[in-house]
Design a protein around this ligand. Sequence first.
Ligand SMILES: Cc1cc2nc3c(=O)[nH]c(=O)nc-3n(C[C@H](O)[C@H](O)[C@H](O)COP(=O)(O)O)c2cc1C
Length: 295
Amino acid sequence: MSELLKMLGCRYPIIQGPIGMFNSPTMVAAVSEAGAYGMLALGFSNPDEVKKLVDEVRQLTDKPFGANIMLINPHNEKILETLAGAGVKAVTTSVGSPKEIYPIIHDLGMKGIHVVLALQHAIRAVTAGADALVVVGSEAGGLRSVNSESSTMVLVPLVADHVKIPLVAAGGISDSRGYKAVFALGAQGVQVGTRLLASNESPAGERWKKAIVECNDGGTDLILSSNMRTAERIIVTPWIKQKMADPAVKNIADELDRNPAATGNYERAAFGAGQVSALIKDIKPIKAIIEEMVS
Ligand SMILES: Cc1cc2nc3c(=O)[nH]c(=O)nc-3n(C[C@H](O)[C@H](O)[C@H](O)COP(=O)(O)O)c2cc1C
């Protein structure tokens, strides 16, 4: 059994990619019941919300599950205590310096897996005490830095050449081909975001799932956030594409609609997703996605 699987305690080395705006105990439990590692996304949560979410997941499954905490959240110590109390064995940490949190994670008897987007962050996370790393290539969905970044195919072996702790590859993995490839690159497992977003159990709206399934090669792009300090990968509609090329539009982020279900303004919808959307052609149950991946 790999070191990563020992940390996670589940059957397959597949981690559910946390999706910041969603915390669906049903989805987390479905991932864990399928043999993978279900994950709550606790980036902006407070301890009371966490207790409720953890209890809900526990009512649905007795299989291992974990959570992602963002290091900018001031409630992390209390959140970690709640998670440890619920029997969570491993958490992922992202968005912020891992320096202070790893002694706390270890004192609670848990393992911590830090999410990195670049080699220098990987080396720093090892020094901070991370037990493993999620290495996220530039094709991934979700928040990115504004720096020039490497793809999964380059970043995973690069990090593997420099650190000794287990690696989880993320970005661009949707099926058994991607899953198999990461082991050759030096990872012990995968983290999957966009593919699970387009599943039956995902709380993403139908229009979001449909946008992923209909997304073609080159159909996503990086946009700058309003404060210009981070980037985000979204599906570009023809309207968004046109505005991105328009010199009169200073920042496309300010033109996007974050709640298109309420406004009906789907041409401006900021549907987050990875480049791998081009490979996703159906919406199906999580169990079927995991079974195909490990087949
Ligand atoms: C809409 C969206 C929101 C995300 N939110 C988070 C988050 O809150 N925390 C985090 O660590 N990763 C977040 N991610 C990244 C995923 O967890 C995962 O690493 C990534 O989606 C993997 O790449 P893939 O989309 O190609 O599978 C997000 C991804 C997407 C698509």
